[in-house]
Design a protein around this ligand. Structure first.
Ligand code: GDP
Ligand code: MN
Ligand code: MN
Length: 251
């Protein structure tokens, strides 16, 4: 890993349901084998139709209650509840878990970069989506590139949002340093680097938010690494989640 090139892909259209993301991207950039292609989850969801019209949503009693409590449209709240498998916090915003393991504010449901009255959901199975895009890029331009599907997420402990990886293909999420020795010969016991999040964070920086119009970023020269894909804590592994749920339940 010496010089890493980072290329924001400009000139993509507004994505609509049914669009062929791989073809649109390969038309704008010449990909090389070993590149890593990051795309904003929002365009994948728009292309695959993971969107809903608020006018077609009838809020439940719970959605009405939470909408009142958090100052949000109860139909939007219902969309968030529908996208969630476990509600960790209800107020001052909904923090919830999705089936694929991701925990996020408002279940990552967005009302930006789409027509008025519409909401965008995170892809329900982003790992599968990343695998599909991987295959589609091979089909369109014959290149073997790693894929990271990103979303802009808030985080605990620090102000500000950063890009996170929600799905990936062609690399492991984590680079495992356990068992390596440091510069002084100490054996590393706990260092697992969440590489896909680090790359997603920089991709998010290049994408920008709002109206930048750069929903895809290519990284060239990141090299390869070995590790595993257990990025999401499962069940009781997540101490923060356990404490938050207890706190919330006790009012
Ligand atoms: P998220 O982080 O996945 O929720 O996506 P954002 O809404 O923050 O968008 C990330 C980047 O993609 C920003 O630069 C947006 O302007 C851009 N973007 C979003 N949707 C589209 C689209 O349909 N077409 C194009 N060309 N850019 C888009
Ligand atoms: Mn988002
Ligand atoms: Mn974003």
């Amino acid at each position: 890993m010496e010089d890493i090139r980072v290329i924001g892909i400009r000139g993509l259209p507004l994505i609509r349901a049914g669009d062929d993301i791989a073809a649109l991207i390969c038309d704008k950039v010449t990909l090389h084998d070993g590149d890593i292609l990051c795309i904003a989850s929002t365009i994948w969801s728009k292309a695959r139709g993971y969107t809903r019209n608020l006018s077609g949503i009838t809020p439940s009693e719970r959605a009405v209650r939470l909408g009142r409590m958090n100052g949000e449209d109860p139909r939007f709240v219902q969309a968030v509840l529908d996208a969630s498998t476990d509600i960790i916090m209800e107020h001052p915003f909904i923090l919830s878990e999705m089936a694929f393991g991701h925990i996020g504010v408002r279940a990552g449901v967005d009302q930006s970069n789409i027509d008025d009255g519409m909401v965008i959901f995170l892809p329900p199975d982003p790992m599968k989506s990343a695998g599909e895009l991987h295959e589609e890029i091979v089909r369109v331009c014959g290149r073997d590139v790693g894929i990271i599907i990103t979303d802009t997420c808030g985080r605990s402990f620090r102000r500000g949002q950063t890009g996170n990886a929600i799905g990936w293909s062609g690399m492991t999420a984590i680079r495992d340093f356990r068992g390596d020795t440091d510069l002084f010969g100490h054996v590393l016991k706990i260092t697992e680097e969440a590489v896909v999040d680090e790359i997603a964070g920089f991709a998010n920086f290049v994408m920008g938010e709002s109206n930048n119009g750069v929903p895809a970023v290519v990284f060239r020269g990141c090299g390869t690494w070995a590790g595993h894909d257990n990025l999401y804590f499962r069940g009781d592994e997540d101490i923060t989640k356990r404490v938050l749920k207890k706190e919330w339940a006790s009012g």
